[in-house]
Design a protein around this ligand. Structure first.
Ligand code: ADP
Ligand code: MG
Length: 301
């Protein structure tokens, strides 16, 4: 196979020039710096000696999508960044500081709808804002204004007074997105956020999250099991491998940008199809249990 020049891979996750792991940093502090992280659960080696660095693109966060076979440690990796889990060895730094628990700077969205059932849509979006009101220096009016803005942006205007049980699955994920983004997290962690949704709703949600990302500019880590979703959402794709869990490939340069382009339009483009082929080939190698030698279609870590 000879991929088109546009499909050339970038190196696997590694510190950017000037941000070497040892020695003085000359570049900006990475948003996320994963240093030799291993996670064991009893006899299970969930993650083995993972190192990866994610920097900002100029003034915007990157969108990293993560795919890999079930059980390869994708959720474990997100939970480490979220501060819900400590590494057995190694270190995770967020903006230069070791993670020592969850924080408002990191929002998380799960596959399961994670809204409070006893609160309305508005109540759900206001909840975190109320808790963090002092720290965020937002008075009541400002909190309400911010909540209403997010509700409008996720397309739920008119549904403010409804309870989650009155909403569709897609609408409930919209609430979760609004609730997370209201706190303006520096990092948004999404664990198979659209997996429970039907295909048309998934495509709507993909377009929505890309447009919110391009406006709010958090760094996003999103686990998905769909290659085309990974290519549409991400500007780099990590392919994880199992036994033990590692980041086997990073695919970056061939991933076309998506803001402003609906998924069905993007998917018809030749550069998109080429990127899907590259990611699929790397995924097949990983799922087959043998990442094989470095290839032109994906750099092995
Ligand atoms: P993925 O999200 O890629 O499907 P996970 O990160 O959930 O994978 O899990 C990676 C491995 O760690 C799996 O073998 C899983 O069974 C194991 N694991 C995850 N969480 C726990 C836990 N809390 N206790 C024991 N084993 C766990
Ligand atoms: Mg998982």
């Amino acid at each position: 196979m000879s991929p088109a020049p546009a499909a050339a891979p970038t190196p696997a996750p590694a510190p950017a020039p000037g941000a070497a792991r040892a020695g003085p940093r000359t570049g900006p502090v990475p948003v996320v710096d994963i240093r030799g992280v291993t996670v064991r659960f009893g006899d299970t080696l969930a993650l083995h000696d993972i190192s990866a660095t994610v920097e900002d693109n100029l003034d915007a966060g990157e969108f990293v999508t993560i795919i890999g076979p079930s059980g390869c440690g994708k959720s474990t990796l997100l939970n480490l960044i979220a501060g819900l889990l400590e590494p057995t060895s190694g270190q995770v730094l967020v903006q230069g500081r070791p993670v020592d628990g969850p924080g408002r700077d990191r929002g998380m969205i799960f596959q399961q709808y994670s809204s409070f059932p006893n609160l309305t849509v508005l109540g759900n979006v206001l909840f975190g804002l109320r808790i963090n009101a002092g720290e965020m220096q937002l008075d009541r009016g400002a909190r309400r204004e911010r909540a209403m803005t997010l509700i409008r942006e996720v397309g739920l205007t008119g549904h403010e007074a409804k309870y989650p049980s009155m909403l569709s699955g897609g609408q409930q994920q919209r609430v979760a997105i609004a609730r997370s983004l209201a706190l303006e997290p520096r990092i948004l962690l999404m664990d198979e956020p659209f997996s429970a949704l039907d295909e048309p709703t998934r495509l709507e949600m993909q377009e929505l999250i890309v447009s919110l990302w391009s406006r709010i500019k958090p760094t996003i880590f999103c686990v998905t099991h769909s290659v085309s979703e990974a290519v549409y959402l991400g500007d780099r794709v990590w392919i994880m491998t199992q036994g033990p869990g590692q980041i086997a490939y990073e695919i970056r340069d061939c991933i076309p940008p998506s803001p402003g382009i609906p998924p069905l339009v993007a998917q018809e483009r030749s550069d998109f199809k080429a990127a899907v082929r590259v990611v699929t080939e790397a995924f097949r190698r990983v799922a087959g249990g043998d990442p094989g030698p470095p290839s032109r279609s994906g750099s092995r870590l």
